[in-house]
Design a protein around this ligand. Structure first.
Ligand code: GLU
Length: 330
């Protein structure tokens, strides 16, 4: 018999740690109240999958997470994965920004050991809660050798998603997590089954390590609509090193904003055209002459993850060509 793997489970809060007054409270409840030990105690069968050790790192809703929270989580996961007596890490997390933390880990961990981020759409106290099974599945994924070298994974609703692709795309349903090119695989009866691998570079193949990052450059996002005023965009761009412009359709920019964004780019703000549609490619020099304007484009990345990618890219370069190459590689 081979020895069981050692998995560390890090609690950070969210619905998976939530509690409602009654079982019917599937959407109205308190978040981040149960400790990670209590959550694990509810799934005793998980101890058959691995030797589990739990630690409470944070206890707050993920809508509160800023860059400092990402660094705190990233540094702790990196520290644990570097240890010989740790085979994988699971982070329990609110689902609101689960894709952002997971993508940050995907780009900055320097390990091929599994790192899995998991949440729930209904608290453990609710009818048909997904908390227990999602956590059990996440532990099964982290404990399994086939999960190595896959980058950071998000497990929900029996599916294993790549952190690069997954987005929360529904505010209350159990089927809230979606990857535009599909999940990497399923989890069934405590066993992961993979059907594809991430095609874009991650973890060991990126230049960024969370262990050496301390302050992250400020990158903001602007959500476009026809009546958006130049002044509003300008005030956001004034304090940022980068600006993700979540444009309409294929990253379109309203005529009255073009000069202002060109000026921002001339001043050294990295202006990146993205799309507010949630999926698809923003083609460089397609809807707008990006080369002439000094703008960047996201390829297919959603605004909230493009923010993280540009944030990391700005820690290693200020050269526009190099920054554009980053959007095409990761
Ligand atoms: N807003 C909370 C959070 O992101 C709860 C959402 C959830 O976990 O499903 O932590």
């Amino acid at each position: 018999m081979t020895a069981k793997p050692n998995i560390v489970v890090i609690g950070t809060g969210g619905t998976i740690a939530g509690q409602g007054k009654a079982a019917v409270n599937t959407s109205a409840y308190l978040c981040s109240v149960l400790g990670i030990d209590e959550i694990l105690d509810a799934i005793p069968h998980a101890f058959a999958l691995a030797n589990l050790r739990a630690e409470q790192l944070l206890q707050t809703g993920s809508e509160n997470f800023n860059n400092d929270h990402l660094l705190v989580i990233g540094k702790r996961v990196a520290e644990l994965l570097a240890r010989q007596d740790v085979d994988g890490v699971v982070v329990t997390h609110g689902t609101d920004t689960i894709e952002e933390t997971a993508y940050f880990l995907h780009l900055t961990l320097k390990s091929s050991k599994p790192a899995v981020v998991v949440g729930a759409m209904r608290p453990p106290s609710a009818m048909s809660s997904d908390a227990a099974l999602n956590l059990y599945d996440a532990l099964a994924v982290a404990a399994h050798p086939s999960s190595r070298s896959m980058g950071t994974l998000v497990v929900a609703n029996n599916e294993i998603h790549s952190a690069r692709d997954v987005v929360k795309s529904n505010s209350f349903k159990l089927e809230a997590f979606h990857s535009p090119y599909g999940a990497l695989g399923y989890v069934i009866e405590g066993e992961p089954r993979y059907y594809r691998r991430p095609a874009r570079a991650h973890t060991l193949d990126t230049p960024w390590s969370v262990e050496t990052l301390d302050v992250l450059p400020k990158v903001d996002i602007v959500y476009a609509y026809g009546a958006l005023e130049a002044q509003a965009v300008e005030s956001i761009a004034a304090n940022a090193r980068g600006l993700i412009y979540a444009g309409t359709g294929n990253g379109n920019v309203a005529r009255h904003l073009v000069d202002m964004l060109c000026n921002a780019a001339r001043r050294g703000v990295q202006v990146v055209r993205a799309s507010r549609t949630g999926a698809g490619i923003v083609l460089r020099n397609g809807a707008q002459p990006d080369d002439d304007y000094g703008w960047l484009t996201v390829d297919d990345q959603v605004p909230q993850k493009a923010r993280l990618l540009l944030t990391l890219a700005l820690t290693s370069s200020a050269d526009r060509r190099a920054l554009q190459a980053v959007f095409e590689r990761y």
